[in-house]
Every structure is written in structure tokens, then in C-alpha cells.
Ligand binder design. Structure first.
Ligand code: TRP
Length: 463
């Protein structure tokens, strides 16, 4: 979408909002948020996550919007031009290369998990879950994970869908489809929440998610929460720079930033309230890890009157929203290659193939390599599989470092007058607050959390 198509700006505020929400809402909210909350002990993690969204992710998202609107180009071009305009170095464009590496790594595992949703469509439609207990559903999921060939097949299908859509340049078409289908996904999820609320697990789920045990907050949990915030909102690698570059000037960027974060967080909480009541009602393990959604929601489908239809529809819609997010990742890579005069089809198919091959490390992390811990000698990393490490490296390190640099760029390189003018904000107090967050809070907090999360990992278990 944005990036490859000159002149295809978003004409309306609504279109721009749907595009940012389309990139943000995906597996991050529905798959990753619940399992991270579960693995990190519940309320304390939720509390830190919400705080991180307000104090760090929101200002950095606004900063990306500012760079995009001021630069009017891709992430690399906008950073270079805006830096040069304000006496900075064009080397800021290197940040764009950093994000391309992050995008490649994220897409490699994103596609494997996207493949799980594809695998679940026929299972749900054929009634494989009907009448099954929690344990039996977990058995179906574990059988999928244990079979690398099935995982590779579905990973290949997901990546092909992504790459072909980008190669044909029809990402706009798919984005448009998402805008129609996403409300349907919300509806099904609301239905799932209503279903889950009727079980005996609701009280426990609410207590689990909303009673923060502050003694559980470790540097590792804070780093995980910030990393998830960046990942889930698609912030920290310049995707949102490109989006803002193509938006009409009359659009209020602050409003869009608030609405994007609110919408994505709404979906994350819907997922939490669809999943955790079932976890407690059916004695599943909240700390079950990346499989959490895939072993709990089918239990709901198993018990429902129209479970096969609702289940299949849910996984189809989840697939579409995951594809829309994957597109934004591949498009980032392809638009850069196209700028360097690589043919679009070659770039999309080549990039997709490359990410597919890298994704095999994630595939094998769930079976043949499940006991291979590449950084076994490093404290805090000793129990991380290849997939865990790629996820940690991208969300917790690459996106947060990208986030610091973006904050520093807008906070220190751009004059605050230019920032205020780009945002169209005239209120001195809010400009001052944004400046304070970008100049001081984000860099210091992120540097401290990165340092502590990486080197003070002694006590923090889990994950
Ligand atoms: N935000 C998406 C999700 O939650 C994933 C994603 C898409 C992303 N584009 C991104 C993450 C860019 C970081 C940067 O599923």
C-alpha cells in the first residue's frame, strides 16, 4: 500500500484511519497480547503495557506521523530530507535500513503463525473441535506443531498470498476488503466475549487481568510490555512514517494516533476477555505460551451451537487481518527495492521467498529444534528457542531502538516549532508535553529498560 503507489493518498480521514488500524490490528492483538499477558502473570503486565502505550508508544507514533507529513516520502527519504532541512545529517536515512532488516525478521515468523490460522480454517469447518475438551483441542494443536511439513505448507500458503498481493500491487484492494471484514471480526469477537462471560471463569479472568501485583514487575516484564506495544501498534520502524506521508494535510494526526491505539487496544482486550475466562473455566494454563489462543478459542467453538460456522469464520477473518499486517511489512521491503530500481514483481516474490526460508527457523523451533537454545550461555536467554530469540530481537530490541531514534530525531533534531506546525497544534502545553516525552522520557526510559532488561535478567523467569 503506502510507499509503492505515488499519488494514491488517502482522501479521507476515515480511509487513513482504517489503513493504520489495518496495519496495527493483527496477530499482535489477538494472538500475542493474550499469551504475553498469560506468560507474564496478568495484571501487572497489563498495567505496564497500558502505561507504555501512553508514555512511549503514543509519542513515538506521533513522531513517526510528524516525520512522514514533514517529509512526504518513504521512511528513508523522509528522514533524509527532514534531517537535511533542519541541519541534521542524511545518515538518519540509515534508520530506514534498520527497519527493513526488522521487517524481514518479523515477516519470517509472522507468516508461520499466519499459517496456523490457515490450518485452523478447515479444522474448524470440518467440526474437528466439536465436542472436544480443552485437552483434546490442545492435542490437535500439538499435533500440528509437531509436524514441520504441515507447518511449512501453511507457512508457504500464507507467504504466497502476501507476496502475490504485493507483486500485483493490489494491496489497496486487500486493504479495502479488510475495512469491510474487520468490523465482522470485531462482531465475532464480541460474540466470543459474551460466550466466555457466561462461563465460570469470568471473575477469575477479570481478577487475573486487572489486579496488578506490582511485586511481579521486573525489568524483563517492562521490556516485554514495551516491545509488545511497539509490535502491536506497528511502531518503531517507520511504517507509520510512510502512511502519514500519503495522508491529506487536513487530517488531524493526533486524533488518528489516539484512535489507532484505542482501536488496537480495544481488540487486544476483546481477545483477552474471549480467552482468559475459558482458560480458567476449563483449567487450561494461562502461561501456555504462543499456542494459548489456538487451544482456548476452539474450546468455545466446540461448545457452541453454530461452532463450526463461527469457528471457520473467525479464523478466515483473523487470516485476512493478519494478511493486511503482513502486507504492510512486505510492502516496506518492496518499496525500498523498487526505489532502487528493482522490478516490483521480482522484489515481492524474492523478498517473500527470502522471508519464507528464514521462517523455517521458526517452524523448526516448535518441533525438531524445540530444545535448541542458541544463546544457552547468555543469562536470561538460556531457555529461548530460535523463534523466541527472533521475536525478542525484533520486538524488544530492534523496535525499541528504532523508537528511541525516532523520538530523538523529532525531539532533538526537529525544532519544536516545526513539530507543532506539522501537527497543527497551537496549544503550548501539549507541545511542551510532547517535547518532554520525546526528548527526555522516551530515550531515558527506553535506554534504562533496554539495559536492565538485557543485563539485569537474573530474577526474571517466564516467557
Ligand atoms: N502490528 C501488527 C500486528 O499486531 C504487526 C505489524 C505489521 C508490525 N506491520 C508492522 C509490527 C510494522 C511492527 C512494525 O499484528
Amino acid at each position: 500500500m503506502a510507499g509503492g503507489h505515488q499519488g494514491q493518498g488517502w482522501t479521507s480521514r476515515w480511509g487513513f484511519l482504517l489503513a493504520t488500524v489495518g496495519s496495527a490490528v493483527g496477530l499482535g492483538s489477538i494472538w500475542k497480547f493474550p499469551y504475553m499477558v498469560g506468560a507474564n502473570g496478568g495484571g501487572a503486565f497489563v498495567f505496564v503495557y497500558l502505561l507504555a502505550l501512553a508514555v512511549i508508544v503514543f509519542p513515538v507514533l506521533l513522531a513517526e506521523f510528524v516525520i512522514g507529513r514533514a517529509g512526504g516520502k518513504s521512511a528513508v527519504g523522509s528522514l533524509q530530507d527532514v534531517a537535511a532541512r533542519h541541519g541534521g545529517t542524511r545518515a538518519w536515512g540509515l534508520l530506514g535500513l534498520w527497519s527493513i532488516v526488522a521487517g524481514i525478521l518479523i515477516l519470517s515468523f509472522y507468516s508461520v503463525i499466519g499459517g496456523w490460522t490457515i490450518a485452523y480454517i478447515p479444522l474448524a469447518a470440518q467440526g474437528a473441535f466439536a465436542g472436544q475438551t480443552g485437552e483434546q483441542v490442545a492435542g490437535i494443536f500439538n499435533a500440528l506443531l509437531a509436524d514441520p511439513n504441515r507447518l511449512i505448507l501453511f507457512h508457504a500458503i500464507f507467504m504466497t498470498l502476501t507476496a502475490v498481493t504485493v507483486a500485483l500491487g493490489i494491496t489497496n484492494g486487500l486493504e479495502r476488503a479488510v475495512t469491510i471484514l474487520m468490523p465482522l471480526l470485531f462482531l465475532i469477537m464480541i460474540g466470543l466475549v459474551v460466550f466466555a462471560a457466561a462461563t465460570t471463569g469470568l471473575g477469575k479472568a477479570a481478577a487475573f487481568m486487572f489486579t496488578p501485583d506490582f511485586s511481579k514487575i521486573t525489568p524483563k516484564i517492562v521490556l516485554d510490555a514495551i516491545g509488545l506495544g511497539f509490535f502491536s501498534i506497528s511502531v518503531g520502524m517507520g511504517v507509520m512514517i510512510t502512511y502519514a506521508a500519503y495522508s491529506g494535510r487536513e487530517i488531524n494526526l493526533t486524533e488518528i494516533a489516539v484512535a489507532t491505539i484505542a482501536g488496537d487496544t480495544f481488540v487486544s482486550f476483546l481477545a483477552g476477555f474471549a480467552i482468559f475466562p475459558l482458560v480458567f473455566a476449563y483449567n487450561l494454563d494461562p502461561a501456555g505460551g504462543p499456542g494459548l489462543m489456538f487451544v482456548t478459542l476452539p474450546v468455545a467453538f466446540a461448545q457452541m451451537e453454530w461452532g463450526t460456522v463461527v469457528g471457520a469464520a473467525f479464523f478466515i477473518l483473523l487470516l485476512v487481518s493478519a494478511l493486511a499486517s503482513a502486507l504492510s511489512l512486505l510492502e516496506l521491503i518492496v518499496s525500498y527495492a523498487v526505489e532502487r530500481n528493482v522490478n516490483r514483481v521480482v522484489a515481492a516474490l524474492g523478498g517473500g521467498l527470502f522471508c519464507f526460508v528464514l521462517g523455517l527457523a521458526t517452524v523448526y523451533s516448535f518441533n525438531e529444534w524445540s530444545t535448541w537454545f542458541p544463546l544457552a550461555g547468555v543469562p536470561g536467554m538460556e531457555a529461548k528457542t530460535a523463534f523466541d530469540l527472533i521475536d525478542f530481537l525484533t520486538s524488544n530490541i530492534m523496535l525499541t531502538v528504532g523508537g528511541v531514534l525516532i523520538a530523538v530525531f523529532v525531539g532533538w533534531v526537529m525544532p519544536s516549532g516545526a513539530v507543532a506546525e506539522t501537527l497543527g497544534v497551537r496549544n503550548g502545553a501539549s507541545v511542551g508535553l510532547l517535547n518532554f516525552l520525546l526528548r527526555i522520557v522516551c530515550p531515558l526510559a527506553l535506554a534504562a529498560v533496554l539495559w536492565a532488561g538485557l543485563f539485569l535478567t537474573g530474577g526474571g523467569g517466564g516467557g
